[in-house]
Design a protein around this ligand. Structure first.
Ligand code: HSE
Length: 294
C-alpha cells in the first residue's frame, strides 16, 4: 500500500495523491491464534493484539461478510512514517481490507472496500488514494464514496519534510473550527476546482496560488513550529506549490526539477524553529495498493 498525501492545500477531505513509499501486509491463515509481527516505522509502539489497526480493518470486512475471522498470522513491514501526515493509518486499513477480501475470494468490490475504509478512517481522501493510486478527487455522498481519478502530470515530484515529532490526526482535527466564514469557504472551493483542472491540464505553474488554504492550515499552524516559514522558503527555492500533507506535521512541496534545493530550504527553515526533519523525495504513483498470492 502506498503512502498518500491528502488535501493538497485547499481540497480538505477531498483530494489525495499516492506516493511511492510502501507498507506491506502478509496474511497467513491456519494458525493456532492471532500472531502479529511488525517491523519498520513505528513498530515499537504498535499493538500486536486484536486492537491492531490492520487486523481491525480485516475483521470489519469479515463482519460485513458474516464470516468468522480466521486464526491468522500477520507480518507488517512499515516504511511509511507513522502519525506524520503521510497516510500510514490509511495504508494499514487498506492493507487489512484487501487481505481479508483476498481470503474471501474478492467478494467485495473496490467501491465497497473504499466505503468501509472511509468509514473506519473518518474521511475518504487518504484511503481513496491508497486504494486507487494517482490523484483522486472524492466526496462522501449518502455514506458512499464518489470518486474520479486524475493521471499524475508527467515529471511531477513531491518533496516531503517530515518532522521528527508525531502529530495525531485527532489532535490536528481538534483545533479546527466547527464553522467557517463564507469567504474562506469560497476561497477554498474556487482554488480546489481550479487546482483539479490545473493538474488535469498540466498547468503546474498555477499550483503556487491554487494550493493555498484557509480552512485547516491556519488553525493547525500552532501545532507545527515554523510552518509559514517552511512554506515561504519552499516557494522561494522554486517549489511549484506547497502544503501541509494531510493533517501534518509533514510539509509536502511539489516540484519538477528543484527537489534538492526545495528540500534543503525546508530543512533549514524547520531547523530555525528548532524542528529536526527528514527530507524524502517521493514520486507520485498511478497505481494503488496491490495483492500478491504467495
Ligand atoms: N483530510 C484529513 C485532514 C486528512 O486533513 O484531517 C488526514 O490525514
Amino acid at each position: 500500500m502506498p503512502a498518500t498525501t491528502a488535501n493538497l492545500g485547499p481540497g480538505f477531505d477531498t483530494l489525495g495523491m499516492a506516493l511511492a513509499l510502501y507498507n506491506t501486509v502478509e496474511l497467513e491463515t491456519n494458525h493456532d491464534r492471532l500472531e502479529i509481527d511488525i517491523i519498520g516505522e513505528g513498530s515499537e509502539g504498535l499493538p500486536r493484539d486484536e486492537s491492531n489497526v490492520v487486523w481491525q480493518a480485516a475483521c470489519e470486512m469479515f463482519r460485513r461478510a458474516g464470516v468468522k475471522p480466521p486464526r491468522a498470522k500477520l507480518r507488517l513491514n512499515n516504511r511509511i512514517p507513522s502519525a506524520r501526515g503521510l497516510g500510514s493509518s490509511a495504508a494499514a486499513r487498506i492493507g487489512g481490507i484487501l487481505a481479508a477480501n483476498a481470503l474471501m475470494d474478492g467478494r467485495f468490490s473496490i467501491d465497497e472496500m473504499l466505503e468501509a475504509a472511509s468509514q473506519l478512517e473518518g474521511h475518504p481522501d487518504n484511503v481513496a488514494a491508497a486504494l486507487l493510486g494517482g490523484i483522486v478527487v472524492c466526496a462522501t455522498v449518502g455514506g458512499r464514496v464518489v470518486w474520479r481519478k486524475l493521471p499524475v502530470p508527467s515529471g511531477l515530484l513531491a518533496v516531503a519534510a517530515v518532522p521528527s515529532f508525531e502529530l495525531s490526526t485527532s489532535l490536528a482535527c481538534s483545533v479546527l473550527p466547527s464553522e467557517v466564514r463564507m469567504r474562506d469557504a469560497v476561497a477554498n472551493l474556487s482554488r480546489s476546482c481550479l487546482l483539479v483542472l490545473a493538474l488535469a491540464e498540466g498547468r503546474l505553474e498555477m499550483l503556487g496560488e491554487l494550493m493555498e488554504d484557509r480552512l485547516h492550515q491556519p488553525y493547525r499552524e500552532k501545532l507545527i513550529p515554523g510552518l509559514q516559514e517552511v512554506f515561504a522558503e519552499a516557494k522561494r527555492s522554486g517549489a511549484l506549490g506547497v502544503a501541509l500533507s494531510g493533517a501534518g506535521p509533514t510539509v509536502l512541496a511539489l516540484t519538477r526539477d528543484r527537489s534538492e534545493a526545495v528540500g534543503a530550504a525546508m530543512r533549514e527553515a524547520f531547523a530555525r524553529s528548532g524542528v529536526v526533519c527528514d527530507i524524502i523525495e517521493l514520486r507520485p504513483v498511478e497505481d494503488g495498493a496491490g495483492i500478491t498470492e504467495i
